[in-house]
Write a protein that binds this ligand. Structure first.
Ligand code: G3I
Length: 341
């Protein structure tokens, strides 16, 4: 990847000792991250819910520990995220906040303080931020409102302010809008909403450098090539429109949900690997793509098992390494896609 000017990496997590979910606290996982990754991202520990227990408090204990470990191992870390703009993912105190007699001023103050506090704390150690995460409603492509955005004068004003503030506080960092609009036909409204948002950023002169393409893929059956051939046209039109506006692309959260596949491990792993390869071949055709981050290197810690377990009870296998840290065909597929890029 390095030889091709690409970076490949993964999310990692804090993980209490003894409950080392995705964490460098597990020496086997730490070794794997160091061996395979050129960039990392905190899975949860920079979110408002993690670092901002109240309007007047910040708690960086966990994320600081992760940054210290990454810095000690000379690994850059992406910032995820400065604003996950949905009521569900903001802290409860924010949704119930009393913005007082000048709501827009107070909302601005809260948001600017948040972005400044995070960006100034980590400086050049964070080369890229998901400034805003998942602000578009998948069903109809409109923007979510939160208590913050209602007080501030609407979602556009809120997202714009987050980006302008991040640019000033982290002038060297890549600023990303991150979302999970995917390539299946059922996601057309989501993609259209993201395109409208990106067009609006351009029109208003908002400093957004890249679209974060999360890439939580869902397999469509055994024959990956046929499945991909059926959906890639629409997807390319979307990426063409995004990159024509001058945006870079970042694959921010790649993993594969093995739906529509029988439980047998060997053919399932092969199908997942084929699907990953086909996807990356489409994506690497865009020179605007430089960084690829997995949402976890090992099936052991993947969020998918908890989010959507398989109906047949077989364990999910969404990552390049299995639960015992042994490489799977998906890892070879990623390496082959990079070699062909
Ligand atoms: O840490 C607490 C623990 O103390 C508590 O006992 C336990 C009980 O529920 O919850 C633990 O927190 C959970 C946390 O993951 C750590 O495991 C939260 O409930 C759970 O909501 C949280 O889920 C995360 C989710 O984002 C919401 O923040 C997933 O791990 C994480 O993989 C997922 O990541 C998102 C990206 O940020 C954005 N894109 C989609 C992606 C997948 O949903």
């Amino acid at each position: 990847a390095t030889a091709r000017g690409l970076r490949v990496g993964s999310c990692f997590a804090w993980g209490a000792p003894g409950a080392d979910r995705g964490s460098f606290a597990n020496p086997s996982y730490a070794a794997l991250l160091k061996r395979d990754c050129g960039i990392l991202v905190g899975e949860n520990e920079m979110k408002w819910q993690a670092i901002r227990p109240s309007a007047t408090q910040f708690d960086f204990t966990r994320f600081d520990a992760m940054m210290d470990w990454a810095t000690a191992n000379t690994l850059p870390v992406r910032g995820h995220n400065l604003l996950w703009h949905q009521p569900k993912w903001m802290p409860a105190w924010e949704e119930n906040y009393d913005f007082g007699s000048s709501p827009s001023r107070e909302a601005e103050r809260l948001l600017v303080e948040h972005v400044n506090t995070v960006c100034r704390r980590y400086g050049a150690r964070i080369p890229s931020y998901d400034v805003v995460n998942e602000a578009v409603t998948p069903a109809d492509g409109t923007l979510y409102q939160t208590a913050l955005s209602r007080a501030l004068g609407g979602p556009e004003a809120t997202l714009d302010l987050a980006f302008h503030t991040a640019r000033a506080a982290a002038p060297g960092a890549q600023l990303v809008y991150n979302d999970y609009m995917s390539w299946e036909p059922g996601n057309a409204n989501h993609r259209a909403g993201v395109l409208r948002l990106l067009e609006g950023f351009k029109r208003r002169g908002v400093p957004v450098d890249a679209l974060g393409v999360q890439s939580h893929l869902v397999t469509q059956g055994m024959d990956a090539r046929t499945a991909i051939a059926a959906i890639e046209g629409e997807w390319r039109r979307f990426l063409d429109a995004v990159t024509a506006m001058g945006y870079k692309l970042v694959i921010t959260e790649l993993d594969v949900r093995d739906n529509n596949l029988p439980a047998d491990i060997a053919p399932r792993d092969t199908a997942v690997a084929d699907f990953t390869r086909g996807y990356l071949d489409v994506m690497f055709a865009y020179p605007a793509l430089r960084d690829v981050l997995l949402w976890g290197m090992t099936d052991r810690y993947s969020w998918i098992e908890g989010f959507e377990p398989r109906k047949d009870g077989a364990k999910r296998r969404p990552c390049p390494y299995d639960a015992d840290f042994a490489p799977k065909p998906m890892r070879a597929a990623i390496a082959a896609a990079i070699a062909a890029a």
